[in-house]
Design a protein around this ligand. Structure first.
Ligand SMILES: Cc1cc2nc3c(=O)[nH]c(=O)nc-3n(C[C@H](O)[C@H](O)[C@H](O)COP(=O)(O)OP(=O)(O)OC[C@H]3O[C@@H](n4cnc5c(N)ncnc54)[C@H](O)[C@@H]3O)c2cc1C
Length: 332
């Protein structure tokens, strides 16, 4: 679909999925209370302030410490609003450390970890929000409630890759990232369909998206050229069909890509991943079969910060069919 041409049909030998992600809305959260005006996703508030020049409210509580929520805490403060606090369900922030320092600490905005919103008051407009501490099972602890009179509640509670089209196309989706499983060429389980950016996995920074997207575009173009060559009778590249699965384990939640072909990967490749908790002084290790090919110390790793490790083509030289590439955290 395009604004200029409406619905139209394009024949293509390759498609790059780049539909981005959407914010998790309030309906996806179980928050008690009324449904007044003044509850926004952080991205909507960002649009109102940055593009429409409107201030969504004057006294604000933010639920969730994703990067957009943190950035909006600072932005609203600079615009003259007061941000009472940022409440985060988990015992760690979902955003980048630098955003916590620059957007909250510098303005004296408290970050309340292991807290959630338990009540929203207001008939036409938000009047107050109550937050409470949660226990290990993320359930509110009675008696810990604090009521914040305010006119606005911003939600920064996660982003969901926009994969309805991908599912329709039969693309296999990774339940952890909610994006496609891809190989080192960023090709999905459907030949000729590639994916990059936030539709593949949620990125912290646009710089990584740009890098990944350039790679997806180059791979899609090469796929089209090779498909044309094959149609003209050329032989497939040696080793292209052999793919090793990449397994995320030992504290690593997922990796992108999920498969690598030693026969056709570039000399080096970045494996991007996220960890499932906050870790200090751990080693990120990569094994090919039983052989450890990479072992790097990381002082701190947190779920909100995307990590990367470089895999070299030479590391896979001795890999046998059936081997797995494993990425995991080790104590030493
Ligand atoms: C609200 C928000 C604020 C952010 N702010 C920052 C920031 O300040 N700095 C930073 O570095 N990163 C920021 N990010 C991180 C973000 O990951 C990147 O900035 C980047 O925009 C992601 O690029 P993308 O191309 O994957 O997705 P997007 O930029 O979201 O692009 C996807 C596009 O696809 C379109 N689309 C979706 N479905 C269809 C369809 N079926 N047909 C046609 N078009 C479709 C969408 O309308 C959209 O225009 C932010 C992310 C969000 C969600």
């Amino acid at each position: 679909v395009s604004a200029e041409r409406g619905i139209f049909r394009v024949r293509a030998r390759a498609v790059v999925l780049a539909m981005g992600c959407r914010e998790r809305p309030r309906g996806a959260l179980d928050i008690c209370g009324t449904r007044p005006a003044g509850v926004y996703t952080a991205g909507t508030a960002q649009r109102l302030v940055n593009i429409d020049g409107l201030l969504p409210g004057r006294e604000v509580v933010i639920l969730g410490s994703g990067d957009i929520g943190l950035i909006m805490a600072r932005r609203l403060t600079l615009e003259g609003a007061h941000v009472a606090c940022v409440a985060e369900l988990m015992p760690y922030s979902g955003g980048l450390k630098r955003n916590i320092v620059q957007c909250l600490d510098d303005s004296g905005i408290p970050l309340k970890l292991s807290h959630t919103v338990v009540d929203v008051e207001g008939e036409r407009r938000v009047k107050a929000v109550t937050i409470a501490r949660v226990d290990d099972r993320l359930q509110p602890i009675p008696g810990t409630e604090v009521r914040y009179p305010c006119d606005t509640l911003l939600l920064s509670v996660g982003l969901l890759p926009e994969n309805e089209l991908s599912r329709q196309a039969g693309v296999r989706i990774n339940p952890v990232t909610r994006g496609a499983f891809v190989n080192d060429q960023l090709m999905t389980s459907v030949p000729g369909v590639f994916a990059c950016g936030n539709v593949l996995h949620v990125h912290d920074l646009v710089d990584y998206v740009s890098e990944e997207s350039a790679h997806a575009g180059a791979c899609a173009a090469r796929y089209v050229q090779e498909a044309a060559g094959l149609a003209a009778g050329e032989k497939d590249l040696p080793g292209a069909a052999t793919e090793l699965p990449i397994e995320a384990t030992g504290g690593v939640r997922y990796t992108v890509p999920s498969f690598v072909s030693p026969g056709r990967m570039a000399d080096t490749m970045k494996l991007r991943f996220r960890v499932g908790a906050v870790y200090q002084d751990r080693y990120v290790s990569v094994y090919v079969g039983d052989r450890r090919v990479s072992h790097r110390r990381k002082p701190v790793m947190a779920p909100g910060e995307m990590q990367e490790v470089t895999l070299r083509r030479a590391d896979l030289a001795d890999a046998r069919p059936g081997d797995t590439v494993r990425v995991l955290l080790e104590d030493e």
